[in-house]
Design a binder for this molecule. Sequence first.
Ligand SMILES: C[S@@+](CC[C@H](N)C(=O)[O-])C[C@H]1O[C@@H](n2cnc3c(N)ncnc32)[C@H](O)[C@@H]1O
Length: 340
Amino acid sequence: MDAGGTHDPVMVDRIVALLAVPGPGPAVLVDATVGAAGHAAALLAASGPEVHLIAFDRDADALALARRRLAAYGDRVVAVHAGYDTLAAHVAPVVARVGPLLGVLYDLGVSSMQLDRPDRGFSFRADGPLDMRMDRESDTTAADLVNTLDEAGLAALVARLGEERFARRIAAAIVRARPLETTGRLAEVVAGAVPARTTTPGVHPATRTFQALRIAVNAELDRFSASLPQALELAAPAAEPGGAGPRPGRGGRIAVLSYHSLEDRIAKRFFSDMAAGCICPPDLPVCGCDRTPAVRHLTHGIERPDPAEVARNPRARAAKLRAVERIAAGPLAGTTGPER
Ligand SMILES: C[S@@+](CC[C@H](N)C(=O)[O-])C[C@H]1O[C@@H](n2cnc3c(N)ncnc32)[C@H](O)[C@@H]1O
């Protein structure tokens, strides 16, 4: 790897098996969270020479690094400095110009490069400004939230987005200690508020609070919920088996690597909603919902990295993979959007 930073791509062989598009013929892949481009590089290496990749990242530093690492692919790579909640606007014109959208990857959350840089303010392990913005052009920092929300608002945020049972104690301690300007000081205040007997060895007591603030600062769940239907709407429906075209039978696939239950729940509900056919009550004589399955599952429930990968790359430990393939043509109207 070059000096720009490292991030080991999680479950990379499985992602390549699910999403790469080998062989001749044009197609489009999307890496919605390109980061250090580990997955993107592996996908392009395993795909045919007419496959284009659209790479999103909200983090300008990550995107610059990804651009450098994928430079050999020239104009087959389109790098977009924007959130994946704007996916349709950027991907639709490329699909119209190049060919069918056959794969979308979401590798959610924060990268090792972001965690390893104290000045980005994501980590409680090194002291830095309380920032946590993935896009440093955006307005609200973690310090803004920590220092301006009232106690009840802070407690609700930490409880909901951190799934933290001591949220009220933590919120009270934060309000007493304000103003807080650094990650180190916040970590100290949170650690002091959580009863020592309840902490898990090896897990910092501020882990959940930092997760909650990061999700809130970056509106992560809202962006993800908004993005999934856009990806599915643009994904190519599977052609008839044996039909014409370079890859008969292959539909557009969406794979999600998530690292905590709130993200996974959004993917799980959206995918199972889209995979469901008729949802009329069984005693209704005629179907009134007109719903047909839009996708088929490619993973049975969740898949996890194997122990060897977790031993090599501890960040993979929490990873959960879900993937689907679009099967039906036509608009997705009549289906409900993702819930949270
Ligand atoms: C886990 S890392 C991805 C690592 C990447 N798969 C690799 O192989 O290096 C997640 C990346 O997603 C980016 N990100 C987070 N939220 C985003 C969003 N809403 N839109 C686009 N990128 C986002 C982060 O800035 C980070 O670089």
